[in-house]
Design a protein around this ligand. Structure first.
Ligand code: DHE
Length: 533
């Protein structure tokens, strides 16, 4: 009997949905002549029916290095041998030899020989839309405050929990797509939340009615999504293929696929991330492989405007300088690619850091060029930056992915006010308008089990919490009133721990499966200074 390496299907919403158009793509990997150890044939026999002939995913997730990167080959071998709990992925140890399992793990970590394509037609073919969704009542089916809900991503078994932020009780738990990443994005009224998965799926979920209303696969490997502040468009940032995709936020119909190539059209780039710039009516796009950042307007009145002819150094040609119009890319030239961003509150300035970092670059978005650099050793994680007012001045704070420090930066003259030493490199940082404290995790190294509490006035660490020695403790988020903080015990048998934000005492512990991010509806839709958006 032929048994397939069946998909991780527990994450699927309802049924498996239509067969992906990826299946029509001639398979480069499986035909790969480098696979002389029989892995290609094994893959075809055991894996392809769920993970796609071309490894681009189907009922199960894509099996590409870009999708599996952080899993690691050893764990991949474990999963192939013994399956994955709480999913439909069975173990194969009883029918494949250790060598065959190793060969399969090698194969799924082999890059495809060429970048796969994913067209408007593919996106449209993947789309699942609940026609009845529009008729659902504009009223929550639960009694909890809809603006004080938390959306908690449980990455351990690919689920999402909707949590009542007053009683700290789960209202609903449902399977998500495989490996959600980046912050979910909320509609202005807090009714809908949009998720992006590393496998390219976008899910639109109705929080009032606790149901999925639309899904579409915008790419093969996706980084994050942004929702336009007018609520009309979703933008998806793809690593595979190299594209930015614009979709209709109502039903996730694809509107435009924008290939991300440089001005000369010669080199293409992965998209690191896309962000909504509310006051500008545009998406800001970070490109990983070319020294440009893009601004893509979604305003209806954005018309192409030619400002005369200038010489283009890239192409050597004379060309018009254009305001590119709606969904066109305004290119800002940089010295090096920047892939991690932070914006000041009016979205006039952007702070960006690149791979080699050691510094952050300040880009003036109106002028369209870098205007300053800030020396920050290590690798500042600007995406987790937060702001507050310190001694009458607006400041931002950023954790550092490579060293145990937080940098506090004056946003008027871009000087570094203070470097706060921490117990190790951190990932996330959170605060709230109603608290004098910021909560900064240590994510890497021997002290990954601690969370520092920092006084936003004295810029000193005032408490260090370590609830479970040895267990990763990270990612804080406040309730809408700022009185309580929820933090992840980031383990398979983990929990969300609720703290009193003033006394730092544990109030409640909710068991969860490797909870990663948690997002408060009110703080998100009001663009709280203390959280990411
Ligand atoms: Fe993330 C947000 C990039 C690895 C968990 N991460 C983001 C965002 C970016 C980003 C650009 C902001 C998107 C947004 O909110 O719309 N992340 C990267 C990387 O480049 C990096 C270092 C490498 C990679 O593999 O992509 C990376 N990220 C991770 C992880 O390993 C984490 C810890 C576990 C995971 O789930 O993959 C992780 N990233 C998160 C989370 C957020 C996030 C939970 C949302 C933070 C928030 O509170 O808004």
């Amino acid at each position: 009997r032929r048994i397939s390496l069946c998909a991780i299907a527990a994450f699927l919403i309802g049924t498996s949905g239509p067969l992906l158009a990826a299946e029509q793509i001639p398979d480069p990997a499986v035909q790969d002549k480098r696979s002389s150890n029989g892995a290609a044939a094994l893959y075809l026999e055991h894996c392809s029916s769920c993970h796609g002939v071309a490894r681009l995913g189907g009922q199960g997730p894509a099996l590409l290095p870009e999708s599996l990167g952080r899993l690691g080959k050893k764990v991949a071998e474990e999963v192939i041998a013994h399956g994955r709990a709480a999913t439909q992925m069975p173990g194969f140890a009883d029918r494949l030899s250790t060598e065959q399992i190793t060969a399969l793990a090698e194969l799924v970590y082999t890059p495809l020989p060429s970048t796969p394509n994913w067209t408007m037609a593919d996106i449209e073919a993947s789309r699942i839309f609940n026609e009845g969704g529009a008729a659902l009542p504009h009223k929550p089916v639960f009694s909890a405050d809809p603006l004080n809900l938390f959306v908690v991503v449980e990455s351990g078994d690919h689920h999402v929990t909707i949590l009542d932020g007053d009683r700290f009780e789960p209202i609903h738990r449902f399977p998500s797509r495989y490996a959600l990443h980046g912050g979910p994005k909320f509609s202005g009224d807090g009714r809908y939340v949009f998720f992006g998965s590393r496998d390219g799926w976008i899910t639109k979920y109705d929080l009032y009615n606790l149901t999925t209303v639309a899904e579409a696969r915008a790419g093969i490997n996706l980084r994050n999504i942004a929702l336009s502040s007018d609520g009309r468009y979703v933008a998806a940032a793809n690593y595979l293929p190299h594209s930015l995709v614009i979709l209709d936020a109502a039903d996730l119909k694809p509107l435009k696929v924008i290939p991300t190539t440089d001005r000369a059209g010669k080199k293409s780039s992965r998209v690191s991330a896309v962000y909504d710039a509310r006051p500008r009516g545009s998406f800001i796009v970070a490109l990983k492989d070319i020294p440009e950042l893009w601004e893509v307007s979604y305003r209806d009145d954005a018309k192409p405007i030619y400002r005369g002819l200038v010489h283009s150094y890239e192409t050597g040609m004379i060309e018009g300088v254009a305001e590119p119009g709606k969904f066109g890319a305004r290119r800002i030239a940089l010295d090096q690619p920047l892939d991690d961003f932070f914006f000041d509150p009016d979205y006039r300035h952007l702070l960006g850091s690149g791979r080699d970092a050691g510094k952050a670059v300040v880009v003036h978005l109106d002028v369209g060029r870098p205007i300053a650099t800030i020396d920050i050793p290590g690798l500042p994680h600007l995406g987790s930056g937060i702001t507050w007012t310190w001694q009458g001045r607006p400041v931002m704070a950023t954790p550092n992915l490579k060293e145990g420090s937080l940098s506090i930066i004056d946003m008027q003259d871009w000087s570094v006010i203070k470097r706060i030493e921490t117990a190790g490199p951190g990932f996330f940082l959170r605060s709230h308008e109603n608290t004098p404290y910021a909560w900064a995790d240590v994510f890497f190294g021997p002290n990954k089990d601690v969370m520092h509490v920092i006084d936003k006035n004295t810029l000193e660490i005032v408490a260090t919490l370590r609830p479970e020695p040895g267990k990763t403790f990270a990612h804080a988020e406040f309730t809408r009133d700022g009185r309580f903080v929820l933090v992840s015990l980031w383990e398979q048998d983990g929990a969300v721990i609720v703290y009193d934000a003033a006394t730092f005492k544990e109030v409640k512990r909710l068991p969860m499966v490797k909870p990663s991010g948690k997002y408060n509806v009110f703080n998100k839709i009001n663009l709280s200074d203390g959280t990411s958006h």
